[in-house]
Design a protein around this ligand. Sequence first.
Ligand SMILES: [Zn+2]
Length: 175
Amino acid sequence: MFRFCPSCASRAIRFERNKVFHCPECGFEYYHNVASATGCVIDTGTSIVFAVRAKEPARGKLTLPGGFVNPDEGAFEGLRRECLEELAWDPGADLRLYASFPNVYLYKGFEYNTCDLYFSVFAPSVSVADFRLDPDEVAEVRFLLYDGINFGELAFDSTRRAVRAFLDQKAGGGR
Ligand SMILES: [Zn+2]
């Protein structure tokens, strides 16, 4: 990302330990820390609500509502904001953190390491009519039965991993 030191303009700047830019000339250090990102399994008790992506990457594929946590936000409020933006639907305060994985997000040729936090919310009476979709983000929503999910239709490896972890916990008797 930096070809020159932002402080002294030396070309000697290096990216070290997969997290820090260090300039041996002037001592400048910049930590490229992980960003937090969230995803939400909206669980009806028999099915999961998926969003069909309206844009690239993975346009037309299925994903979970969510996104990056903003500065000055906690993970819960970040996810509630994302759900409101994408679906005009508030998952409420009963979000349950059930899994977290490291992930890598490629944006304009640069890799961002993220800490993905996956939440579930039990919403047995939710229906399509409860959502008002942001057409720039979500083309439609689909309710898929637990055993009717085609993992090849999911947008990202991280989505597959998150859904798999949710279903495994369900099968193990978790809520
Ligand atoms: Zn420097």
